[in-house]
Design a protein around this ligand. Structure first.
Ligand code: HMG
Ligand code: MG
Length: 298
């Protein structure tokens, strides 16, 4: 990461699709991923290897991976909850792994069926095994700015878990505003603290746009040195185990904002808009990013 570049991590094929009522065909998922890569994305989360009963939308991730035509220089990431998920990801030939746990007990229990203490143990093993296999590992920490069950979250606790996950060997933490509860002052403070403590190359911000503050939060985060951001094409998605989690911050909105600031992302806004238009027409998913809606209705 450098001063005038933002690294955007496209999570549409995973976070975007996991909470949609429509389940895309394998061919459609492959086409979505290939369109996102053609748009210039070099980090794409292509799906998850979680329990198929918990998230049926992601059941076919192995098949999706086997059908993608992989491009040099592109990192294809998969979300895994445990050792079994890691084995499935490695078996599919992936070497970019995302783990996840929450900053709050109740959301961790609901999303992973285990306590925070147990999740720390699982994460240590998981990150250790993945690193030993030569994988790059990003660790999501959810509910950092608010929890659907517990409400406010003490950011000292977030700092503490981040430090542990990095200690276990994670290459980077993604700070998850799972239900879009973060306010600009909170995000500013949290991003400043994590960037100062861990460095801009070791933290990312994962925003959901539930209350309309997604882009504002991305802006304040940029101002305090955050350089890595997650977003989903079309602003699709949400966490199925977080009531009221709305869509991710839309990739079109994020890229458009950075374009206006003269910040490089390497991603083409026109191609993103075309990808959302294709989702709209070909898959029955309704993109909600503001910039897409503006272009579609022009
Ligand atoms: P569990 O029921 O406690 O699992 O679920 P278990 O370990 O007791 O195993 C039960 C059965 O599941 C066993 O099969 C396992 O083999 C099988 P059986 O022996 O009974 O035949 N199993 C699996 N099968 C396939 N793949 C696996 C797997 N693991 C176990 N990986 C578990 C625990 C973690 C599996 C479950 O809770 C789960 O899958 N949770 C995932 C939920 C999820 O995907 N949530 C959304 C993603 S997180 C998110 O969206 C937030 C994020 O975007 C950041 C943010 O916004 O903050 C990342
Ligand atoms: Mg999310």
């Amino acid at each position: 990461v450098d001063a005038n570049t933002a690294r955007i991590f496209e999570v549409g094929p995973r976070d975007g699709l996991q909470n949609e009522d429509v389940i895309l065909e394998v061919d459609q998922k492959v086409e979505m991923i290939e369109r996102l890569v053609a748009a210039g994305h070099t980090d794409v989360e292509i799906g998850s290897f979680v329990h198929p009963k918990w998230v049926p939308q992601m059941a076919a991730t192995g098949e999706v991976v086997s059908r993608i035509e992989r491009k040099e220089g592109v990192r294809y990431w998969a979300l895994v909850p445990n050792q079994k998920g890691l084995e499935r990801a490695l078996g599919a030939g992936l070497d970019h792994i995302a783990t996840f746990m929450s900053a709050t007990e109740a959301h961790n229990q609901s999303n992973l069926n285990r306590s925070l203490e147990e999740s720390l143990t699982v994460s240590e093993e998981l990150i250790g095994t993945a690193k030993a296999q030569g994988c790059e590992v990003r660790a999501y920490l959810s509910t950092v700015f608010g929890c659907p069950y517990e409400g406010a979250v003490d950011f000292d606790r977030v700092m503490d878990i981040c430090a542990k996950l990095l200690d276990f060997g994670a290459d980077l933490i993604s700070l998850g505003d799972t239900i879009g509860a973060g306010t600009p002052p909170q995000v500013e403070d949290g991003c400043r603290r994590t960037v100062e403590a861990f460095g801009a190359d070791r933290v990312a911000l994962h925003l959901h746009d539930t209350q309309g503050l997604g882009l504002t939060n991305a802006y304040v985060a940029w101002q305090v040195g955050m350089r890595q951001f997650d977003s989903a094409v079309g602003g699709t998605g949400g966490c199925p185990y977080a009531p009221s989690a709305a869509g991710n911050l839309g990739s079109e909105d994020l890229v458009h904002m950075f374009d206006t600031m003269g910040i490089e992302t390497g991603v083409s806004l026109d191609e993103l808009v075309k990808t959302s238009a294709w989702l709209d027409e070909a898959t029955g998913i309704s993109p909600v990013s503001r910039y897409y809606e503006y272009r579609a209705n022009r």
